[in-house]
Write a protein that binds this ligand. Sequence first.
Ligand SMILES: Cc1cc2nc3c(=O)[nH]c(=O)nc-3n(C[C@H](O)[C@H](O)[C@H](O)COP(=O)(O)OP(=O)(O)OC[C@H]3O[C@@H](n4cnc5c(N)ncnc54)[C@H](O)[C@@H]3O)c2cc1C
Ligand SMILES: NC(=O)c1ccc[n+]([C@@H]2O[C@H](COP(=O)([O-])OP(=O)(O)OC[C@H]3O[C@@H](n4cnc5c(N)ncnc54)[C@H](O)[C@@H]3O)[C@@H](O)[C@H]2O)c1
Length: 471
Amino acid sequence: MNYTHDVIVIGGGAAGLTAAGGCALFGLKAALIEGHKMGGECLNNGCVPSKALIASARRAAEAREEKRAGVQLAAPVVDWSGVHKHVHDAIAHIEPHDSVERFEEMGCEVIQDWAKITGPKEVTVGGRKLTAPRIVIATGSGPLVPPIPGLDGVPYLTNENLFDLTAQPDHLVIIGGGVIGMEMAQSFRRLGSEVTVIEPGNVLGRDDRDSAAIVKSVMEDEGVRFVQGKAAKVTSGEGAITVTTDGGEDVSGSHLLIAVGRKARTEGYGLEELGIALGKNGIKVDQRRRTNLKHIYAIGDCREGPRLTHVSGYEGSNVVLEIALGLPAKADFKALPWCTYTEPEVAQIGMTEQEAREKLGDKLTVVTEGFDHNERAIAEGLTKGHLKVMLKGKKVVGASICGVNAGELLLPFTQMITGKSGTFDMGGAIISYPTRSEITKAATFAAWEPTVFGAWPKRWVAFLAKIRRMF
Ligand SMILES: Cc1cc2nc3c(=O)[nH]c(=O)nc-3n(C[C@H](O)[C@H](O)[C@H](O)COP(=O)(O)OP(=O)(O)OC[C@H]3O[C@@H](n4cnc5c(N)ncnc54)[C@H](O)[C@@H]3O)c2cc1C
Ligand SMILES: NC(=O)c1ccc[n+]([C@@H]2O[C@H](COP(=O)([O-])OP(=O)(O)OC[C@H]3O[C@@H](n4cnc5c(N)ncnc54)[C@H](O)[C@@H]3O)[C@@H](O)[C@H]2O)c1
């Protein structure tokens, strides 16, 4: 058959860019279609602006801190237009990396318009009909806006307009104490807004309970207010928006942020008509990220599963292996890392203690090391947090870290969980002193301590000593 392309990729976010760029670099004729902004959610409304805002907030928080290490900084002056500029400068700095020009240089045909799948191997865009033996759907997700009575009658923020605020909110009320809720609550509070978070369950519900509790308590000390409950009604009046919880508590503020999760983009571009199977929140896929039509893949936020930029990139690379090289590439999340960039950070890889306990029962050993024993942390006076390593025998099945730069400490655990390295290797590694990484060596060596200093080595040592004493 005469196709216009080898592969058509719909969506120019982390997932689509990786898939289209990789296929083009292998020499395939790849069409990359983006209807809105290249770079998708991560660059424009997600990771990049949120982490830039977190950086501004951290500067303010440091200045507000009580005297530490003998130094008192001057009180912070927050210039909101400067914060806004910093956020948008960060986006502009990274933009060229995700630009039309860069992907054209790689060999993609980039089409800036909305695509519709109009046949099993056909996509219509800007009045053109493109055809290819393989199609990749990478259409991402948008903020989930729950059907709370009254919400549609008030102005509310989501991640799509939060970073465009040109004036600082007096009092930001946040519905949802998940990842976005917690990162943004701490940031806005540190920049000087009043902040209230409404959450019915545990904050950072997917993370280690002890780590989430530390962050919550730090944020409470910084002045964030937490209200337990589910947002049940929203009303407005006299410059204030009021959220009423299912427990009947009223919480009023000047601005409202909705952060209750994501909704996969699955509507309006031909999936239903083609009979592509959908799950509860996203396109149904197998481990190779194939839909029920095996030549059509769905990757990243638009399918059911974890929603993170590095996951989108990973699945994008996997479909390049599938499409360009013809190699089956199953997604494997047993060493999936993620990090919430609050202060202290909360980082996770593999199983949490709760998950491991459910799965392994008494076969689980948990080794916990506090940063209060880590000499770098002590020297810096920043000892809050811990590393927990979940072990089955001497094999790592998960790690939870809470502390300064926790996310940076996950890498060795990727190697250990995937079996490319072991606790013994880590226990014997030479690690720069003093670094926070030493905590990893301390915790992993703990798995070997009973063996290394056990009965057999002791017998050998005694025998050797006895022989030496003879001469
Ligand atoms: C506030 C916030 C902070 C975040 N922080 C982090 C973080 O720190 N670390 C992390 O790992 N993850 C983070 N995430 C999650 C991360 O942003 C997403 O997982 C990631 O961006 C998903 O990439 P994607 O390519 O799958 O989808 P998207 O980035 O959503 O890209 C999909 C693209 O497809 C386009 N599209 C949709 N339909 C069509 C169509 N019919 N035709 C043409 N184009 C179409 C859209 O315009 C969009 O550009 C954050 C998310 C948010 C909201
Ligand atoms: N650092 C990161 O990696 C990072 C940062 C931000 C966002 N993200 C990604 O963005 C996505 C969305 O994050 P999110 O924070 O919106 O979702 P989330 O799923 O992390 O948290 C949503 C929270 O909203 C609560 N909730 C639901 N309905 C509610 C109601 N009616 N009233 C009050 N609370 C309610 C839930 O209990 C839950 O705790 C996630 O997929 C995440 O992976 C990642």
